[in-house]
Design a protein around this ligand. Structure first.
Ligand code: SAH
Length: 245
């Protein structure tokens, strides 16, 4: 990592009130190298500069910590983690979290697993699978303290993939761009249908780039009805209360 990129990382995290310790900084450096080396494999860093990776992936992922909803040794699942976002930065910044990065694509999870091992993060347990399947599996349904999700789907879909996995009292932390009124309304109705309630929507800007972001916090208030999540693919094909795109 160039000194400029490292300064950008430190300044970006500082804007969120985060000061990484030396181990965390070393892990971010190592992660950047592994992403650059694994580029062809995970198709994430194509045509992206260090500057972009640091801001759009590392700092952006860290924004899930705004508001202090992820802390202690919570059991956290990251649905649709791709190359490990936001879970790897979150696990670097908060090594007490017990983190399960989930993706349906095996080669992505192979990369995340190899990366977690290289960074010596035993608290990260990557998993290949679909959220719909896990949501109907007793070992996973209703078992998580937190769900994090970034750049996977529209809010109503996010709700159906996430809420079944949470224990009552657990929280969904969904990182989104700017959210339109219609998507928000459909998301709120879907949450209610699935046993959740939108607790807050925190709007903020990504440091330096000033991209608009929202952190949607949803509380699981009661058990999800047994018919949800519907079978694989249906939540995205027929989103609750929302026109499919
Ligand atoms: N969260 C990452 C990747 C976003 S791309 C980031 O912010 O960079 C969306 C990812 O979600 C893809 O890797 C896709 O394979 C995965 N995905 C989509 N629907 C899924 C589902 N129902 N269950 C598990 N993974 C899913």
């Amino acid at each position: 990592m160039t000194p400029e990129a490292e300064q950008l990382l430190l300044d970006g995290l500082d804007a969120f009130g985060l000061q990484p310790d030396p181990t965390a900084v070393q892990r971010f450096r190592h992660l950047l190298t592994l992403l650059q080396d694994g580029n062809a494999l995970v198709n994430l860093t194509a045509l992206k500069s260090e500057h972009d990776i640091v801001l759009k992936h590392f700092v952006d992922s860290a924004s899930c910590l705004l508001g202090g909803h992820l802390a202690g040794d919570q059991q956290v699942i990251d649905i649709g983690t791709g190359a490990g976002f936001p879970s790897l930065p979150l696990a670097i910044l908060n090594p007490a979290l017990r983190m399960t990065p989930l993706d349906s694509i095996r080669k992505k999870i192979d990369f995340v697993r190899a990366t977690a091992e290289a960074l010596e993060m035993n608290h990260v347990h990557p998993l290949v699978g679909r959220a719909e399947t896990l949501g109907q599996t007793p070992e996973h349904r209703g078992r998580y303290d937190r769900v994090v999700i970034r750049a996977v789907a529209a809010l109503p879909v996010v709700m159906e993939l996430s809420l079944p996995l949470l224990r009552p009292g657990g929280l969904l932390v969904a990182q989104k761009g700017a959210i339109g009124a219609e998507e928000m309304a459909a998301g709120e109705r879907a949450a209610a249908e699935l046993g959740g309630q939108v607790a807050s929507v925190e709007a903020f800007e990504l440091p330096v780039l000033h991209d608009r972001r929202s952190l949607v916090i949803v509380e699981k208030t009661r058990p999800t009805p047994a018919r949800y999540p519907r079978r694989e693919g249906v939540p995205a094909q027929q989103p609750l209360f929302w026109k499919a795109k």
